[in-house]
Design a protein around this ligand. Structure first.
Ligand SMILES: CC(C)(COP(=O)(O)OP(=O)(O)OC[C@H]1O[C@@H](n2cnc3c(N)ncnc32)[C@H](O)[C@@H]1OP(=O)(O)O)[C@@H](O)C(=O)NCCC(=O)NCCS
Length: 329
């Protein structure tokens, strides 16, 4: 019997900053509204020549380098994204080649903002089964490519970035994955989606003219769902694993809105020193927020080897995920 542990982390964000002041010049909004309603001060935007795989490779390579692991020893790459380089082949294939992960298989995992939590759970299952020794999980999204910068209700929220964890097989008894609570609710499809570009509405002059290749969101509906379900899933994974809030060093939630994060933390009884919020720097980077927030917590000395960490997310779909890990780097 095997288990899983996290042995490497790497992140990447593009250098260009899109500030609230910049957005004030693009749409009818203002800094105070954005800060008070979302907590976001700025986001990163990839340059035109940069695609999701470029950021994913940078983050993945860093995670491997820091762990001192040869890419040729990877068994699989799980690429979590809703902004693949192309609809097919999978961005995982592009990343595999660029990393030189010569014996790895891989696939794209499309679960929007829950992508990274789902990817970690799949990686843990692959190594715990004994099938694999090393799986690289990458969350990367170039949201700026699918955001409508004339829609003030969405363009203020999102940014670009990438993060990766290297998951390794652990011997019995030394595992660091305590469990997960994950579910999807397809009734949420109407509340958050990108309508065109797939088989339902293939690209046409009409879909472009109607701006259907951009993210559409019923913000208030998603907000309510996120507070409820992120809280419920986080609570039940803790309970089922036999832990309580005070055992958890850090809650690292998906970063979509500071008010969602705070409402979940308040409901569950997490104190400010147990909560990681970095939305002010990056906005919502979809599959990348959880590794980016984890990296910031590590940099600030808030997460150390042996600490219990609870990841929680809600995303388009809806997708819901919460997972309990022990940090082992
Ligand atoms: C999008 C979001 C920030 C909007 O905040 P909100 O408090 O719900 O605001 P509302 O949608 O109720 O809009 C309130 C008013 O602000 C306006 N508004 C919306 N965006 C604005 C902006 N950027 N600047 C100024 N005003 C804005 C609206 O038009 C509305 O005006 P009205 O009352 O005259 O119609 C919030 O709903 C949210 O964060 N939702 C969840 C997002 C999310 O989690 N997405 C990803 C899922 S993983």
């Amino acid at each position: 019997l095997f288990s899983a542990r996290i042995v490497g982390i790497g992140t990447f964000v593009p250098p260009r900053i899109l500030s609230n002041a910049d957005l004030e010049k693009m749409v009818d909004t203002n800094h105070d509204w954005i800060v008070s309603r979302t907590g976001i001060l700025e986001r990163r935007i990839a340059p035109p020549e940069m695609a999701t795989s470029d950021m994913a490779v940078a983050a993945g390579q860093l995670a491997l380098d820091r762990a001192g692991v040869d890419p040729a020893s990877l068994d699989a790459i799980i690429m979590c994204t809703v902004t693949p380089d192309m609809l097919f082949p999978a961005t995982a294939c592009i990343v595999q080649e660029r990393l030189g992960a010569s014996k790895a298989w891989g696939f794209d995992l499309m679960a929007a903002c829950s992508g990274f939590v789902y990817g970690l759970t799949v990686a843990a299952s692959l190594v715990s089964s004994g099938a694999h020794r090393r799986v690289l999980v990458i969350g990367a999204d170039t949201m700026s490519r699918i955001i409508d910068y004339s829609d003030r209700s969405t363009c203020i929220l999102f940014g670009d970035g990438a993060g990766a964890f290297l998951v390794e097989r652990a011997e019995s008894g030394s595992g660091d994955f305590f469990g997960f609570k994950q579910y999807v609710d397809g009734s949420g499809c109407v509340a958050l989606n990108m309508p065109a570009g797939g088989s339902r509405l293939p690209p046409s002059i009409e879909t472009v003219e109607k701006r259907q290749h951009y993210v559409k969101q019923d913000g208030a509906k998603v907000f309510k769902y996120a507070v409820q379900q992120m809280g419920d899933s986080a609570e039940s994974v803790l309970r089922e694993a036999g832990f309580s809030v005070k055992d958890v060093k850090l809650l690292i939630p998906h970063q979509a809105n500071q008010r969602i994060i705070q409402a979940v933390a308040d409901r569950l009884g997490f104190s400010p020193d147990q909560l990681v919020i970095n939305i002010q720097k990056y906005g919502n980077t979809t599959a990348a927020t959880i590794p980016l927030a984890t990296q910031d917590a590590v940099n600030e000395g808030r997460l150390q080897e042996g600490d219990l960490v609870l990841f929680a997310s809600v995303g388009a779909g809806y997708t819901v995920g919460a997972a309990l890990w022990r940090w082992s780097i």
